[in-house]
Design a protein around this ligand. Structure first.
Ligand code: SAJ
Length: 420
């Protein structure tokens, strides 16, 4: 099977590599010359465990190549970004999806299967994508097989999850679903769940919305506990001993290209009805303000203070800063303090080494839980700081250790109300 994957980003790249490493002939297409040239010499531009080695092997075996233009193929998979539009409800911007669809039109032949993997608002495949092919003279379900098959993989575990997760296959017709199923059978070991395109679209959006709403509950709890002088981390740990309760972890906010974006797609389609989803978004969006406010409280009246920010990615052990609340926090803090950012996963000439960040710092502020931060020599670090304070918004450093550092997290934050 020859497969043309449009979009070589966080999802398209590993997907292309998976098909290529399972015997398909794959051409990956991207608008970025840098991405294309890099892949053709076996290099990838994103951080994902195991991916580069596998990509290199496929390129050497000639099962995978990258190109700026699509080619005639049996199957086309579209995995391009779907950001929010700049409108009232932050609806789903289909610009890149529709561009990708139009870009493959000259290469599409009768009998081809077209799969949209990008996350899209409910009804998009039917209402926006199908008409493009029909206007070009194809009948969907007869000449072409069109389906929405959302990805569900977790950054950091993409290769494992691509293979092992269950996969939703949402065809416009049953025939479309069956053709798309054949495509994923190539490597998916999880269940292939056949359904309609619109059900697939909304299931995917709801998966991320479910998580976003649950995290908002944890974040709201953190604020309530602060107000009521209660250890929120203890509350969560104990409540979660109940067999049917799983309160999520509070943090500096919710980032990434999924949870911080997809719930709006639903709100935009049903703005009067999607009230809880919309409120959860605003609670999570308020967390950077909460963190900055608490930093200011802890560092009361010390305008000249230096803050060492540890981690700016949207979560730990990845290099992705899209929608990261940490970036928002850094920008806000820079208005009042000297901020030095240390992030071993992010290449940015403005970021500094660990030593440079902590030297003379008045506070370490953990915003992403990279493994590297777990086993640092905090005793030594405390010695070079001006004030040995660590504010851990990810609850990753034990408050029990004798580091010579004052460790503040969402559990004991209330104890620091106006104490300085
Ligand atoms: N977060 C918390 N508290 C928690 C869990 C997460 O604050 O208890 C924060 C993280 O720090 C991060 C954000 O939420 O800022 C999102 O992280 P995540 O690990 O929940 O999810 P993503 O965005 O990396 O990947 C999600 C996954 N969806 C679900 O788990 C339902 C993944 O399976 C999807 O494939 C992906 O979105 C996607 O592409 O849609």
């Amino acid at each position: 099977m020859k497969i043309c994957v449009i979009g070589l980003g966080y999802i398209g790249m590993p997907t292309a590599v998976m098909f290529a490493s399972h015997g398909c002939n794959v051409v990956g297409v991207d608008v970025s010359e840098h991405v294309v040239q890099s892949l053709n010499i076996g290099k990838i531009v994103i951080e994902e465990p195991g991916l580069e080695e596998l990509a290199k092997r496929c390129v050497e075996d000639r099962t995978l190549k990258a190109s700026l233009l699509p080619e005639v193929a049996d199957t086309f998979i579209i995995a391009v970004p779907t950001p929010n539009k700049d409108d009232e409800y932050k609806s789903c911007d289909l610009k890149y999806v529709l561009q990708a669809v139009r870009s493959i039109l000259p290469y599409v032949r009768k009998g081809n299967t077209i799969i949209i993997e990008s996350t899209i608002a409910p009804r998009t495949t039917n209402d926006e994508v199908m008409p493009v092919f029909e206007e070009a003279g194809f009948t969907i379900g007869k000449d072409l097989y069109l389906a929405h098959c959302p990805e569900r993989v977790l950054p950091g575990k993409i290769l494992y999850e691509l293979e092992n997760n269950n996969r939703i296959i949402g065809g416009i017709t049953n025939e479309c679903s069956k053709h798309a199923e054949e495509v994923y059978k190539v490597f998916v070991k999880g269940e292939l769940l056949l359904t309609e395109a619109k059900v697939a679209e909304l299931s995917k959006c709801m998966e991320n919305t479910f998580r976003d709403v649950n995290i908002s509950l944890a974040n709201e709890l953190a604020k309530i506990c602060y107000e009521l002088d209660i250890n929120c981390l203890d509350v969560i740990a104990l409540a979660n001993k109940h067999p049917r309760v799983n309160i999520h972890q509070p943090g500096p906010g919710v980032g990434g290209h999924c949870l911080a974006i997809d719930p709006y797609f639903i709100c935009a389609k049903a703005p009067q009805t999607a009230k809880l989803i919309s409120l959860a978004r605003s609670i999570n969006k308020s967390m950077p303000d909460f963190v900055v406010d608490k930093v200011k409280m802890i560092l009361k009246d010390q305008d000249e203070a230096k803050i060492a920010v540890f981690g700016v990615t949207y979560k730990g052990n990845i290099d992705d800063i899209r929608e990261s609340p940490a970036i928002e926090i850094v920008t806000m803090l820079e208005e009042a303090y000297k901020v030095a950012v240390y992030d071993p996963h992010v290449n940015n000439p403005n970021y500094v080494s660990l030593l440079e960040a902590v030297t003379d710092a008045d506070m370490i502020l953990i915003l992403a839980d990279h493994n590297e931060f777990k086993n640092l020599d905090y005793k030594q670090i405390a010695k070079v700081m001006k004030q040995p304070i660590l504010f851990d918004t990810k609850n990753m450093i034990s408050t029990q250790e004798e580091y010579g550092l004052e460790i503040i997290n969402y559990g004991n934050l209330y104890q620091h109300k106006n104490t300085r």
